[in-house]
Design a protein around this ligand. Structure first.
Ligand code: NAD
Length: 260
């Protein structure tokens, strides 16, 4: 389905991004992997995708907190592959604290990586996608792009901003063959959430297993984690012809979290 397409997935060395990169590669897209991590592990991931799916995969370590570096990631991709068809803005970080104690440096980093990086990537990719007459932009927002939770001022602000950016870009590109949508996952068991589980366990003096149950029970009525592969499937759907009239939308994949 995606043979000949070129997909950039930011933050794809781990978790959700890796699940998305894997699904797009399975469907035949060439992949630009991005994210932080151990060089040997990243190379193992890269070569594993090539081996499993027979597509071209390059790693670009652009720092998503640096807007110029994000724009260069798009430019380098076009230089290397001659095109960019799919941009998945997925890289993200989390930090929790009451608003009056929230460190300004953490606020700035979360806004830069979780929101501004998407702006820079989209601004650089849209002209190329318009010229091609086809493009798919998928922003990985969150249930926290639609509702709030205490102690997540920066994350909730950034994710609400990302949903807003998605609407504007959806409107600006409507009818051009380019679509822009947001996916709003509930809890997905990745390193970003493991940290929150161990924080709950430490705070309440309970086991990680009990902390996991509490985390799900508080927000996610299905009591089951969303998987990275399921989110990969949603991105693939948004890249399909069936989804060509879906744009500017925020799609919840959250086990009922935001239906409450
Ligand atoms: P993760 O920590 O497993 O992955 C985050 C990825 O972003 C990693 O590849 C990391 O290297 C990369 N990254 C972080 N800072 C970077 C930087 N400065 N430059 C480049 N790459 C950087 O977390 P995840 O849970 O897979 O999160 C992926 C996205 O999904 C995030 O935007 C997150 O907010 C969102 N999300 C996660 C959940 C969840 O429950 N895990 C729920 C909703 C939304």
């Amino acid at each position: 389905m995606l043979k000949g397409k070129v997909a950039i997935v930011t933050g794809s060395t781990s978790g959700i991004g890796l699940g998305i990169a894997n699904e797009l590669a399975r469907l035949g897209a060439d992949i630009i992997l991005n994210g932080l991590g151990d060089a040997d592990e990243i190379e193992a991931t890269r070569s594993g995708l090539v081996r499993d799916h027979g597509v071209r995969v390059v790693y670009d370590g652009a720092d998503m907190s640096d807007g110029e570096a994000v724009r260069e990631l798009i430019a380098t991709t076009v230089e290397t592959f001659g095109r960019v068809d799919i941009l998945v803005n997925n890289a993200g970080i989390q930090f929790t604290a009451p608003v009056e104690e929230f460190p300004p440096a953490k606020w700035n980093a979360i806004l830069a990586i979780n929101l501004s990086a998407a702006f820079h990537g989209i601004a650089a990719a849209v002209p190329r996608m318009r010229k091609q007459g086809w493009g798919r932009i998928v922003n990985i927002a969150s249930a926290h792009g639609l509702v709030g939770s205490p102690h997540k001022a920066a994350y909730v602000a950034a994710k609400h901003g990302l949903v807003g950016l998605t609407k504007v870009v959806g409107l600006e590109t409507a009818g051009s063959g380019v679509t822009c949508n947001a996916i709003c996952p509930g809890w997905v068991r990745t390193p970003l959430v493991e940290k929150q589980i161990s924080d709950i366990a430490a705070e309440r003096h309970i086991s990680e297993k009990e902390a996991t149950k509490e985390l799900l029970a508080e927000k996610q009525p299905s009591l089951t984690f969303v998987s990275p592969a399921q989110l990969g499937g949603t991105v693939a759907f948004l890249c399909s012809d069936a989804a060509s009239q879906i744009t500017g939308a925020a799609i919840s994949i959250d086990g009922g979290w935001t239906a409450l």
